[in-house]
Write a protein that binds this ligand. Structure first.
Ligand code: CP
Length: 311
């Protein structure tokens, strides 16, 4: 495998989940695989889980790790070709990507959506700039439109906690005071499309995700109805896709409550705002899987890095 950029790079989700669970049972079993290899983690945005779990995964494989907060510490990058660089941008992606390629064997990148320009966000300038100009494998640690390491961790968590044969899984929008990207929801939908499950998305009207991603997935605008008899409820806020990047509603009726959760297991990628997105009673219940999800981030990253190192 050359790059891990989206869920589409997974050739067999059940095999990857199975391999990740084996790594979880014996995390340092491949410690010699990464010996003498270095991964560089470039963050254009903040992180807790992605930053630490990806480092942990690399260390488990015997790799060296370099981390840079590129957004605040690197030079401002230019992405357009042929531009006269006489304004604020000091370095072109062409040089930056080639330079990084000399220092490490894999580069992982986090670069969120701006939520102001849909076309620019969907062009994935940072991620695709590195794919185009770097000579080493690139891993997506959350880009404008996808968070495939999170969705792979979510697939591991679903498998570990599923007791039935064909679970009902609900992806529910929830209110949030800030405009948030679509990346987590997009990758979760793409991952769920690979699962044998009854999958429903619920959100207020106007919060439809990109239809090229949701395709024929059932959308139910009545949250309580959608959550009936659910086995797993995954809660996430996202801003409007149609009215790009706008917060159309902060309706607190959409907050996940213990009553709405019923017997379902609760999932969220974190970080989460308590008593805005989800009430304390849910996060503090034994049904909450959020800490397990965060733990599985390590083994999702580890299976990805292992596959890249092996190829
Ligand atoms: N879920 C997730 O990606 O967390 P961080 O933003 O803290 O990395």
């Amino acid at each position: 495998m050359k790059h891990y950029l989206s869920i589409k790079d997974i050739d067999s989700l059940p095999d990857w989940v199975s391999e990740a669970r084996k790594l979880k049972a014996n995390p340092t079993s491949n410690k010699s695989l990464g010996e003498g290899k270095t991964i560089c983690l470039l963050f254009f945005n903040n992180s807790l889980r992605t930053r630490l779990s990806t480092q942990k995964a690399a260390l488990n494989l015997g790799m060296e790790v370099m981390v840079m907060n590129f957004g605040s510490e690197g030079w401002q990058l230019e992405f357009e070709d042929g531009v006269v660089m006489d304004q604020g941008k000091s370095e072109h992606i062409k040089e930056a990507a080639q330079v990084v390629s000399q220092y490490c064997d894999i580069v992982a990148i986090r670069a969120f959506a701006s939520l102001t320009d849909k076309n620019k966000d969907e062009a994935e300038l940072v991620l695709n700039g590195f794919v185009k100009h770097a000579s080493i494998p690139v891993v997506n640690m959350e880009s404008s439109i996808g968070h495939p390491l999170q969705a792979l961790a979510d697939a591991i968590t679903l498998t570990e906690n599923n007791v039935g044969t064909r679970p009902k899984v609900v992806l529910s929008w929830a209110p949030h005071p800030k405009a948030l990207p679509h990346a987590v929801a997009n990758s979760f939908v793409e991952m769920m499309r690979l699962q044998d499950a009854e999958f429903v998305i619920t959100h207020p009207e106007g919060y439809e995700l990109n239809k090229e991603i949701t395709k024929d997935v059932l959308i139910e605008y009545d949250q309580k109805k959608a959550c009936e008899n659910a086995d797993f409820i995954y809660v996430k806020n996202w801003s409007s896709y149609t009215d790009y990047g706008k917060v159309l509603s902060q309706d607190s009726d959409w907050m996940m409550t213990y009553e709405k959760l019923g017997k379902a297991k609760f999932m969220h990628c974190l970080p989460v705002r308590r008593n805005v997105v989800v009430e304390d009673a849910v996060l503090d219940a034994t049904q909450s899987l959020v800490i397990e999800q965060a733990n599985n981030r390590t083994f999702a990253a580890q299976v990805v890095l292992k596959k890249i190192l092996e190829s």
